[in-house]
Design a protein around this ligand. Sequence first.
Ligand SMILES: Nc1ncnc2c1ncn2[C@@H]1O[C@H](COP(=O)(O)OP(=O)(O)OP(=O)(O)O)[C@@H](O)[C@H]1O
Ligand SMILES: [Mg+2]
Length: 254
Amino acid sequence: MDPKKIAIMSNKGGVGKSTLASNIGAGLAKLNYKVLLIDLDGQNDSSLFLGIDENDYENTFFDLIDNRYPEKLENCIIEARKNLDLLPNDNMEKINAEFHRRSRIDIIMSELLSDLDYMDYDFVIFDCGPQRTKVNDAVLCYIDNIIMPVQVESASVRSIGYIYEYLDDLRLSRNLITLVVPNMYDARTNESQEILNLLKEIFSEEPDILTEPIMRRIKITEAGRAGKTIYEYDEKNAAKMFDRIVNKVVDKID
Ligand SMILES: Nc1ncnc2c1ncn2[C@@H]1O[C@H](COP(=O)(O)OP(=O)(O)OP(=O)(O)O)[C@@H](O)[C@H]1O
Ligand SMILES: [Mg+2]
């Protein structure tokens, strides 16, 4: 069976893409799904949120695109947790430059990742940077689901349209957007409540897209900084919010 291919994408920076990528990955792994997290965030955040830095690996996604001596995919992947593997990155600018040179952006990713056919992953999750880049173009042409975090504040909500424009420009279906996750919700403020209502209005025709919000919690920031998943750092509380999202992923995507 082909793995389900998910991009965590938003054209806004700092809204929780890497946090979702690493913790949805960890949540699915905990349910015994085999997950590959592909970190294509230029700051390596989802790797760092799993406590993994450049001392822990030799090869990265970059080694797959070496024109003369491409590395085998399996040699670029490391085990991050039980059932959760990681394909880290470096040299994102060079990867982008190389993707610019290739003529068929729509098939690059399936070529580079063709060995996935022989591996037994249930989910492949891409953590993406916020900009429109050739790398993100290639990811969008490859995946079949997008999970989009939206920070619960007005500027972030205004930027929702960008991802639809992005898909239109690539001639891809808007239906790729499977889940929209309101993040950093603060129940104490009226603004948060109003913006959540606005999100419900925006997605009123397909309410199933919108998940329950993830609250703004210092434990979530701390977990990332400590290189721990939310399941390791705050199993009793914050992990429950991520479990709701993970269950939705299983419901809608598996
Ligand atoms: N619900 C939350 N509560 C508290 N802190 C959060 C929450 N979600 C994310 N954060 C923190 O906010 C910061 C930005 O999150 P993250 O790195 O996941 O965003 P991003 O969208 O991947 O950013 P970038 O666009 O730079 O890749 C991080 O320090 C993260 O730990
Ligand atoms: Mg990120």
